[in-house]
Design a binder for this molecule. Structure first.
Ligand code: FES
Length: 284
């Protein structure tokens, strides 16, 4: 083969691709079915671009979910050629096939076409109390300063804060496929994000969601969640580290002291050339 020749099936602009999309309207259909569309591949076209083009030019009844189109909001996750991906980040060219199959994320009920019902994901996320919990909640509600956190302490949880809640990890998880009540990789990983935050002391408050039959111990470390995450987060790692934290508290009785307030810098008053911050107006 010449060095300039490409193995790509669809690297040519204008080449036709076939897109098979799972369709389901709960008001009309008894079971989901596939519908095929053909369109011309444009350079740089993503799977989401293709769905939008199909909706605009061929079938206005097609439903999908999207918002930012830049891999930030997590709403466009679907299963494309067997893998859970963010469709706005997946170029048709990189699939290296002129046949593309688009389904809603597995392990969720289907609301319509390729739109999954993510309520379970968000309920589980809420259950693990995804926020800083401290013993001095008065300080959290009426802050008088900043809590100390070193760059090394930040590193411990930083990657886990990149989650966009797209649901791809649950779609890939073999335990989620067989146990609907499993807390799931997204919520467990997020629990570790907060538990490993030096400012947090809330592991005990989260135990009722974590140290249960369908909680952290139900993860069998298949690792599929980490492979599927489109943001490069490693939920499987977070879950194993969370098991260690739960063990340390439940078996060894080790409790964590949350980071204290930072000392106020000496002799620094309010600079007159900088306007004062507005009064706090958030409901307590
Ligand atoms: Fe927001 Fe794809 S549309 S992540």
């Amino acid at each position: 083969m010449l060095a300039t020749e490409s193995k790509d099936n669809i690297s040519q602009k204008g080449q036709e691709v076939q897109i098979k999309i799972l369709r389901f309207d709960p008001d009309k259909d008894k079971t989901p079915y596939f519908q095929s569309y053909r369109l011309k591949h444009e350079r740089g076209m993503t799977v989401l671009d293709a769905l939008m083009l199909i909706k605009e030019t061929q079938d206005p009844t097609l439903s999908y979910r999207k918002s930012c189109r830049m891999g930030i909001c997590g709403s466009c996750a679907m299963q494309v050629n067997g893998k859970p991906v963010l469709t706005c980040q997946t170029q048709i060219k990189e699939l290296n096939s002129d046949r593309i199959v688009v389904r809603p994320l597995p392990n969720y009920p289907i609301l319509r076409d390729v739109v999954p019902d993510l309520r379970n994901l968000f309920n589980q996320h809420q259950n693990i109390k995804p926020h800083i919990i401290r013993t001095d909640m008065e300080e959290v509600n009426n802050p008088s300063g900043e809590f100390v956190q070193t760059p090394e302490e930040l590193e411990k949880y930083l990657q886990f804060s990149y989650c966009v809640k797209c649901g791809a990890c649950l779609a890939a998880c073999p335990t989620c496929a067989t146990d609907e009540s499993f807390t799931g990789p997204q919520a467990l990983m997020t629990a570790y994000r907060y538990v490993s935050d030096s400012r947090d002391a809330g592991l005990e408050n989260r135990l009722e969601a974590l140290d249960i039959r369908d909680g952290v111990w139900r993860c069998h470390f298949a690792g599929a969640c980490s492979e599927a995450c489109p943001k490069g987060v490693d939920p499987a790692l977070g879950i194993q580290l969370l098991k260690k934290e739960v063990f340390k508290l439940r078996v060894l009785g080790l409790k964590k002291e949350p980071a204290p307030l930072a000392l106020k810098p000496a002799n620094v008053g309010h600079r007159k050339d900088i306007p004062k911050a507005p009064e706090r107006n958030v409901e307590k």
